[in-house]
Design a protein around this ligand. Structure first.
Ligand code: KIV
Length: 281
């Protein structure tokens, strides 16, 4: 059965970890639901993992909605989070509420996620006041990678850690149901987790969190451009795919594929009839 925010809160309170990955397409989401994922994030990381962009800034609402729809169809019993893309919420509180609503109307997501701390709290509050579930996202926030000087770990000094803790507290006060902390030292993530009552999830922020997110393309070993320090590859599907593609290329070039067992036979007697018809022409 699909979990709710109350299940996630209970899991935090009872020390049970929430496990989730990103998913962008139907087959992956279907398999993830079968494997027992608690949640799926249709992340704007799809810009890099699916479309080959250098970052997430080019990703549009339309792309996010299309991928959310596919994931929703594939995983009807999993809690699905739509990721609000760049400029879908930064521009105004009204834009934020409207675009958060589109994720629900078009793709029937269960919650949305947006990046940023105190500076996006008016948006978080307005979306939550609109009756929707919001997940905050602090630390390495890829949509601000220009300001952060790249895809870099955050909160590694007292000053920046204190800023993150203040951001997390403000997000909770604004009405978010949970927070994702990305690429932050585990000690800082633990302080945030212990300070807040809502669940605090980690991607690259250590084990002392209420659950873990991984980018599916990293976990499966498909994403080739770079591998962040916090990634563990549970498979090397990229290499497996390359092997399979190379074998197919080789077999087709040497007429070793397709074999008779990969083809359809004509209805009995029809081949003879066809040959007679052709001969009579
Ligand atoms: O888009 C995404 O997948 C994310 C993760 C990087 C946390 O937001």
């Amino acid at each position: 059965m699909k979990k709710t925010r109350f299940d996630f809160q209970k899991m935090k309170d009872e020390g049970e970890k929430v496990v989730w990955i990103t998913a962008y397409d139907y087959p992956t989401a279907e398999i993830a639901e079968k494997a027992g994922m608690d949640m799926l994030l249709v992340g704007d990381s799809l810009g890099m993992c699916v479309y080959g962009y250098a970052g997430t800034l080019r990703v549009t609402m339309e792309q996010c909605l299309l991928h959310c729809e596919a994931v929703r169809r594939a995983a009807p019993n999993t809690f699905i989070i739509g990721d609000m893309p760049f400029l879908s919420y930064q521009t105004s509180v009204a834009d934020a509420v409207c675009n958060a609503g589109r994720f629900h109307k078009v793709a029937e997501v269960d919650a949305i996620k947006l990046e940023g701390g105190r500076r996006v709290c008016p948006q978080i509050k307005a979306i939550a006041d609109g009756g929707m579930l919001v997940m905050g996202h602090i630390g390495l926030t890829p949509q601000s990678s220009g300001q952060l000087g790249g895809f870099k770990a955050q909160g590694r000094t007292t000053e920046t850690a204190l800023e993150l803790i203040a951001d997390a507290q403000a997000i909770e006060r604004a009405g978010a149901f949970s927070i994702l902390v990305e690429a932050v030292p585990p000690e800082v993530c633990k302080i945030i987790r212990d300070t807040l009552t809502i669940p605090v999830y980690s991607i690259g922020a250590g084990v002392e969190a209420d659950g873990q997110l991984m980018i599916v393309s990293d976990l499966l070993g498909i994403f080739q451009a770079f591998t962040p320090k916090f990634v563990k590859k549970y498979a090397n599907l990229g290499a497996e795919m390359e092997k399979a593609f190379a074998a197919y290329v080789d077999e087709v070039r040497h007429a070793a594929f397709p074999l008779p067992e990969h083809t359809y036979s004509m209805v009995a007697g029809e081949l003879e009839k066809l040959n007679s018809a052709l001969a009579a022409k």
